[in-house]
Design a protein around this ligand. Structure first.
Ligand code: N01
Length: 537
């Protein structure tokens, strides 16, 4: 495409998930011309791609939604306590239509590169089809779990059956009736898929490398009185959510540490939380579950005991008991009937830690110990999290900054929002932000508000370039690490540290100081005249 045909906008947003939609809404309201690019053929991001059976949010519906418009939150009706994927996608589409966002979104378009020219102070964004647009601001609303990863098993291309990745699930319903199905992975995704596929398949074989902690969701229809009561207090609850660690209101903070309680007290508390369901509730049993190994062990032991209670075959139960990380240091899974599924005759669990998968064969899968015949194979093997989507693009500047080079030893950002050397580029819930450790939509709104306020301030003052200072970035990365190292989080081999991607630098990526602390820091940066950010005309 010739240079003359390069359209110019004030801002380009990459991604039309919840972050991209809200960015478009806010930037447009500032009077900016905005173009959004989206790889899918519809809005919704994670909820567009992850259509696998059983896909549901692990944050309660009344919390997991936008707060920016009180009318929207009053009119929308969430059917269930925890929303299923199709309801969240319906909501994303409703928002896109209600605020007339679709006209500025170009679908089925993947971005190849983003190039910043310092002299012209513009970003040129190029699609894989060679279309180019220019803009002063580049907003990365690319998501944290948007680069699905199929491990490079030998032989995948020779498999004669159908295979699926959870994050690239087909739009059409997949019928596993009468089939011998294998699923690789036992993370949050697999734990949601397994009970559903087990009900259909002739046989389901689960290939587990690492056992995870899963808690019961106790999901069900949201009673009308509960919905109404929440709506009555919606404004207050939204405000409260910002003063909590995970950005979720309604959970009274714990008052003491687990070891301060007697064993009987603890047992009663954990039983109460187990019966209530939900992950935040359980983590909020005591103040120190993510800080003290001794305290954490009491909560981890309780879950292992429940697994042994539920799963009838003792060997299977033992294999399902997580033993390599403290509870909560990986995202806790939330399930509906996961452990119970292992009592079915058509379900078997295979340990691929002791006997790893060697190859996918034309008719199934072979471990170092055994061969399995399969008609269908599901990869619930996760994502190149937090950095994958940005590094998939070629992001550079005219003065030689290259994002792949800059992040080769792990991502470095200022506040998880800006990267030094990449002016006027803003990342929504990037590495170094609490995004993935919070109610994601709340963090998306907080980040986007901060970014759009920054742009508004720049425009009011005739400032054209905002750039994170290298020193401020170094200090932020140190702070993120320091906070993480004061907790048990780094003990787990999770996607938080890139452990699921061979060769990825092991760096703790999310900010785990909590939403309240993070928002306070962001607000103080503004009060101090955008401290750590160089602003130039
Ligand atoms: O991915 P994961 P996910 N051989 O990386 C296994 C969010 N989410 O898609 O642990 C054998 O957690 C891997 O084993 P191991 C949520 O934030 C939210 O499940 O590396 N196994 C692991 O068991 C979540 O944390 C919701 O040893 C291999 C699994 O694949 C995040 O998404 C629902 C393997 C990957 O687990 C990611 O969850 C779903 C190999 N070579 C997801 N490679 C809700 O809101 C990988 N594995 C409810």
């Amino acid at each position: 495409m010739s240079d003359q045909s390069t359209e110019t906008f004030d801002a380009v947003v990459i991604g039309a998930g919840f972050a991209g939609l809200y960015s478009l809404y806010r930037l447009r309201n500032l009077g900016l011309s905005v173009k959004v690019f989206e790889a899918g053929d519809g809005v919704g991001g994670t909820w567009y791609w992850n259509r696998y059976p059983g896909a549901r949010c692990d944050v309660e519906s009344m919390e997991y939604s936008y707060s920016f418009d009180p009318e929207l939150e009053q009119e929308w009706v969430w059917p269930d306590k925890y929303s299923k994927q199709s309801d969240i996608l319906r909501y994303a589409n409703h928002v896109a239509e209600r605020y007339d966002l679709l006209k500025d979104i170009q679908f089925e378009t993947r971005i190849k590169s983003a190039f910043y020219d310092r002299d012209a102070n513009t970003w040129t964004i190029e699609t894989t089809e060679g279309q180019k647009v220019r803009a002063q601001y580049c907003i990365m609303a690319v998501g944290n779990l948007s680069t699905p990863r199929v491990p490079d098993f030998k032989g995948v291309d020779r498999f004669k059956g159908d295979w699926y990745h959870s994050g690239l699930w087909p739009k059409e319903e997949v019928d596993f009736s009468g089939k011998r199905v294998g699923i690789i992975g036992t993370g949050s995704t697999a734990i949601q898929i397994i009970p559903h596929v087990a009900q259909q398949a002739k046989h389901l074989t689960i290939f587990q490398r690492t056992a995870n902690y899963s808690l019961p969701a106790r999901n069900g229809p949201l009673p009308e009185d509960v919905r109404a009561a929440h709506k009555k207090k919606y404004r207050e609850l939204r405000e409260q959510a910002y003063f909590t660690p995970f950005g979720i209101a309604g959970y009274p903070p714990p008052e003491k540490g687990a070891i301060e309680a007697t064993p009987e007290e603890r047992e009663a508390k954990y039983h109460e939380k187990w019966a209530e369901g939900g992950t935040i509730s359980y983590l909020f049993s005591y103040t120190d579950l993510l800080l003290s190994e001794e305290s954490n062990k009491t909560a981890s032991d309780f879950v292992r005991e429940r697994i042994r209670d539920i799963v009838k075959d003792p060997a299977t139960a033992e294999l399902l008991c997580p033993n390599d990380h403290p509870i909560g240091t990986k995202r806790i899974c939330l399930d509906s009937g996961y452990y119970e599924t292992f009592n079915r005759d058509n379900v078997s669990l295979v340990d691929v830690r002791s006997a790893p998968i060697e190859e996918i064969t034309p008719n199934g899968l072979r471990t170092t110990k055994e061969e399995f015949e399969l008609d269908s194979l599901i990869f619930a093997t996760g994502f190149d999290a937090m950095t994958g989507a940005i590094l998939e693009m070629d992001v550079r500047t005219s003065d030689g900054a290259d994002m792949k080079e800059r992040w080769k030893d792990g991502p470095k950002t200022y506040l998880g929002i800006m990267v030094s050397g990449f002016p006027n580029m803003f990342v929504i819930t990037g590495p170094g932000s609490p995004g993935v450790k919070s109610q994601m939509i709340l963090s998306i709104e907080q980040h986007t508000d901060w970014i759009t306020d920054c742009i508004e301030n720049m425009r009011a003052k005739g400032i054209n370039r905002a750039e994170a200072e290298a020193d401020a970035e170094v200090k932020w990365v140190e702070h993120v690490n320091e906070v993480a190292n004061s907790t048990l989080y780094p003990q787990a081999n999770s996607w938080y540290v890139g452990a699921n991607i061979p060769g990825k630098p092991r760096i703790f990526m999310p900010y785990v100081g909590g939403v309240e602390a993070y928002k306070k820091i962001c607000d103080e940066v503004v009060e101090k005249g955008y401290e750590g950010i160089s602003l130039s005309p």
